[in-house]
Design a binder for this molecule. Structure first.
Ligand code: NDP
Ligand code: PYC
Length: 343
């Protein structure tokens, strides 16, 4: 580990992995859960996703303190029915259920052209891009979504109804060269994790991120936490967020964001609900036309980047390359807070 400056350290990936494993097991998680969670939070920190990297170890600790989460439960993968594989996470964190269900999702998608993985009864706290990247690595396109807690008001309203409800999409690209095309964003103007980081740093939120308890626009993260966050893109974000509630809540027979918040009952844990992953096998959709389809997709990506615009995830992939060279950068305060969980 070395100092980058007064506030930031550089830590080798293996060392951050080891720290996360030690802390999570110290908090009572089984080695299997600690391993699956560690893989996802270390990947987040490696890719400079500050709101969903190592910071999420603190969120996991806070959730464990609520007493609501099962720290040992092994997920149960139910037999795949048609295109649908269902995994019951049994009130545990989601990453282990994801790892258990993924091979079944890939197999069903290859067989049928489309596949769905439904995870029920999970505490979900991670970014979605690692999930879509697991599918693009198999040559599949992917669409993933999840509700959260009802922190976000509908456009024109001022009380929380929706979660921050992220949607992620992944598209496999040919050859060993380019990374996949991946986007992953909250349908709220900013993610809750980002709001929490602004609060920790004592920084104002961007305009339009939320309203206070009286419904007045506010950039104060504490006031917005007491009021409501807002969707991105007005009515468009509001409708997308509604879709996430329906598809990754009602459709899969699990809680929506309001249900998750009621379940938490003010204890301050991460959301508890279901999770939906959809995968598509382009070879089965495009058939013999797939190579030509890929060429057209690549031409479109070039038309984006040739004019100086960037593809989503490019910042992340650059951070990944930088982390491989120099180690993972993280805030000293965060490192200290994580270490303190051991004492
Ligand atoms: P951001 O607004 O940071 O980024 C959204 C996406 O847009 C990323 O793919 C990003 O790529 C891309 N992007 C950003 N700027 C540009 C640009 N100028 N040109 C092209 N693409 C761009 O995401 P959010 O803050 O909304 O979400 C952060 C994370 O929080 C996500 O990973 C999400 O899954 C997670 N989250 C998880 C929740 C849960 O319930 N589990 C709830 C809400 C959010 P890049 O990363 O390269 O900048
Ligand atoms: O950042 O909005 C968020 C979030 C909710 C659950 C996990 N992350």
């Amino acid at each position: 580990m070395s100092d980058m400056n007064n506030d930031t350290i550089l830590i080798p990936e293996a060392q951050l992995h080891d720290l996360s494993m030690r802390v999570l097991q110290h908090l009572g998680l089984s080695a299997a859960h600690a391993g699956a969670m560690t893989r996802i939070v270390v990947a987040g920190q490696r890719d400079a996703c500050q709101s969903h990297g190592a910071y999420r170890i603190l969120s996991a600790a806070q959730t464990i303190r609520t007493g609501l989460v099962d720290l040992q439960a092994a997920p149960i993968v139910q037999p795949t029915q048609g295109a649908i594989t269902r995994v019951d996470a049994r009130k545990a964190f989601s990453p282990l259920a994801l790892e258990a269900g993924l091979p079944h999702l890939v197999a069903a998608t290859r067989q049928l052209g489309v596949g769905a993985l439904v995870i029920n009864h999970c505490f979900h706290f991670t970014a979605l891009w690692p999930e879509v990247e697991m599918l693009t690595a198999q040559g599949l396109a992917a669409l993933v979504m999840t509700p959260s807690h009802a922190w976000v008001a509908p456009t024109g309203g001022k009380r929380g109804v929706f979660g921050t409800n992220p949607i992620a999409f992944g598209w496999p690209r040919p050859g060993p060269g380019p990374y996949p095309y991946v986007f992953d964003f909250a349908t709220s103007a900013i993610a809750r994790g980002d709001l929490e980081l602004h609060r920790r740093a004592g920084k104002p939120l961007p305009e339009g991120a939320g309203v206070d308890a009286d419904g007045n626009p506010s950039t104060d993260p504490v006031a917005v936490a007491k009021g409501a966050m807002l969707t991105f893109g007005g009515h468009k974000g509001s409708a997308l967020s509604t879709m996430v509630e329906l598809m990754a809540g009602a459709l899969i027979g699990d809680l929506n964001s309001q249900g998750s918040m009621d379940f938490d009952a003010g204890k301050g844990g991460v959301p508890y609900h279901g999770h939906l992953l959809l995968a598509f096998d382009p070879q089965r959709f495009a058939g013999d036309d797939w190579p030509a389809s890929q060429e057209r997709a690549e031409a479109m990506f070039a038309a984006i980047t040739d004019q100086g615009a960037r593809l989503p995830s490019e910042r992340r992939f650059a951070a990944r390359a930088q982390s491989a060279k120099q180690g993972i950068s993280m805030s000293r305060a965060l490192y200290n807070d994580i270490e303190a969980l051991m004492h």
